[in-house]
Write a protein that binds this ligand. Structure first.
Ligand SMILES: [Zn+2]
Length: 158
């Protein structure tokens, strides 16, 4: 099972005591446990669906650290999302930027919202609704910058 992080806590997944400033966890829930549930606005669902269909090479790339596996739901198994170019979307994190910060989620969160009634924090819904999908955003580049800032590389012997 994926690690579970409290909503809106600072991102420190796999970072051994370090954390990424300005990056907040959203949607790292255990669907077999108690998690926030509720109805989300339909424009939010449409926007998420639009994001999930972005083709590779789109200027807006929130799919952080893509890996060669499918997003996996603990209840339903592997989930197949078709991208706009009709390829199946690989698993990754989903990094949603605002002017001030970034929300980091497991990609399976989208399925947890649509199929298991998970309701993310209100500020997250607002952030997604406010997103302009034609902006240039490379989540992996931002991640590497944040990782460098965090001091994590100090662990690495030179
Ligand atoms: Zn499921």
């Amino acid at each position: 099972m994926d690690a579970i992080f409290p909503e809106l806590s600072t991102y420190n997944r796999g970072m051994g005591g370090y954390s990424l400033k300005g990056v907040l966890n959203v949607g790292w829930v255990d669907i077999h446990a108690v998690y926030p549930q509720g109805t989300v606005p339909s424009p939010f669902l449409s926007k998420l669906s639009e994001i999930m269909q972005l083709p590779t090479g789109a200027p807006f790339d929130p799919f952080m650290e893509t890996i060669r596996e499918l997003p996996h739901c603990e209840a339903c198994g592997d989930i197949r999302y078709l991208r706009g170019d009709e390829f199946v979307r690989s698993n990754s994190e989903l990094w949603i930027p605002t002017a001030e910060l970034i929300y980091a989620s497991p990609l399976i969160m989208v399925h947890h919202i649509t199929d298991h009634g998970y309701c993310p924090p209100a500020e997250y819904i607002e952030a997604v609704l406010a997103l302009e999908l034609d902006q240039r955003f490379d989540s992996y580049v931002v991640y590497k910058e944040k990782l460098f800032e965090s001091g994590w590389y100090d662990l690495v012997p030179t």
